[in-house]
Ligand binder design. Structure first.
Ligand SMILES: Nc1nc2c(ncn2[C@@H]2O[C@H](COP(=O)(O)OP(=O)(O)OP(=O)(O)O)[C@@H](O)[C@H]2O)c(=O)[nH]1
Length: 314
């Protein structure tokens, strides 16, 4: 970086065994530190012919060189274990699904469905010989860590609807009510519990939350892990905040958006958008292992509580 201005992009190709979630936080540096590098996004290249086998083989066979952190993560897992291929798909912002000429269109549909079941957010480009129509916007300059496309969040799951295809890992979509500042504080606390403690706050243990007799044991679900987080939060003052996260690191940013709900670039963090987007609720999308949508939704609703309905702004 001493040679400022000489590089347009840095494209880091990891080994086929790398877990992108260990690497991404290193490059997702706080702007306050003055780094001229930012994490643009994670692109995963998939071999359409071999991917299903890679997803189904046990982790020990697919990833013999696990780091200590990965071992710890595998130890935490219950049920079906994750292959490295799962990690590389779940963290991807863009997926290049290559060698499509080597599979039938039927098999290609199965592969796509399986990928979408794991990661409902990633944009998938099908290719032969990895040829994409252009690099910019598809592979480079994707701004996956600053923009949050409202339409993409809304489409996730509902439209794709393959959430049970992969038992190990999935994408879930949570509704978030319009938030006042207290609600935003509570959401932040909920995210910290979920991402840092791997604990889903239940209404029974959260003294601040309203008592709800419907809560049962699965509301306090654990043994999950979250790989990627994205969200759009609507505030009662009409502004929009964006949520971005990878593994235990997350950030809530002010958004600049136009009417379509498509967010602008990083330069706009300090300004607020006062356009109310079409949908009447915020959305959080989580990608990870062991995510039970109903339990997460109930826990989140409970954590946000009645204060959230008050629409009080300071
Ligand atoms: N039929 C067909 N062959 C392809 C395609 N893409 C790559 N290949 C061929 O597959 C062979 C192996 O290449 P890759 O699978 O890309 O190997 P790689 O992943 O770069 O290998 P490593 O980086 O060592 O992991 C080469 O002969 C490529 O020409 C494709 O879309 N269709």
């Amino acid at each position: 970086m001493d040679r400022r201005g000489l590089f347009d992009y840095i494209l880091l190709e990891t080994t086929g065994l790398a877990d992108p979630g260990n690497i991404a936080p290193l490059f997702w540096v706080d702007e306050g530190l003055g780094s001229t590098i930012y994490l643009d996004g994670i692109v995963t290249l998939i071999d359409a012919k071999n991917i299903l086998r890679s997803l189904d083989e046990p982790p020990a066979a697919s990833a013999p060189l696990l780091t200590a952190l990965e071992n710890e993560q595998h130890d935490r897992q219950s049920g079906k274990e994750l292959a490295t291929a799962h990690m590389q798909i779940s963290h991807a912002d863009v997926i290049v699904l290559n060698k499509t000429d080597l599979v039938s269109s039927n098999d290609l549909s199965l592969v796509k469905a399986r990928i979408e079941a794991i990661n409902g957010l990633a944009k998938i480009h099908t290719t032969t010989h990895s040829r994409v129509p252009s690099l910019s916007g598809l592979i480079l300059d994707i701004h996956a860590y600053d923009a949050v496309d409202a339409a993409a969040l809304n489409l996730t799951i509902e439209a794709k609807g393959h959430s049970h295809l992969d038992a190990s890992i999935s994408t879930i979509n949570l509704r978030v009510r319009v938030l006042d500042y207290e609600g935003l504080r509570r959401l932040d606390a909920w995210l910290r519990s979920v991402m840092w403690e791997f604990a889903l706050p239940s209404l029974e243990t959260d003294a601040d939350a309203a008592v709800n007799e419907d809560v049962d044991d699965d509301a306090r679900h654990s043994g999950f892990e979250i790989h990627r987080t994205k969200g759009r939060l609507l505030l009662a003052d009409g502004s929009v905040r964006l949520l971005q996260g990878v593994r235990e690191i997350f950030e809530i940013l002010d958004a600049v958006e136009n009417r379509t709900g498509r967010s602008d670039d990083r330069s706009g963090h300090d300004k607020y958008c006062h356009e109310r987007p079409d949908s009447d609720a915020g959305k959080i999308v989580l990608i990870g292992r062991g995510l039970l949508r109903e339990a997460f939704q109930r826990s989140l609703d409970g954590a946000l509580g009645a204060v959230n309905d008050g629409m009080k702004m300071e």
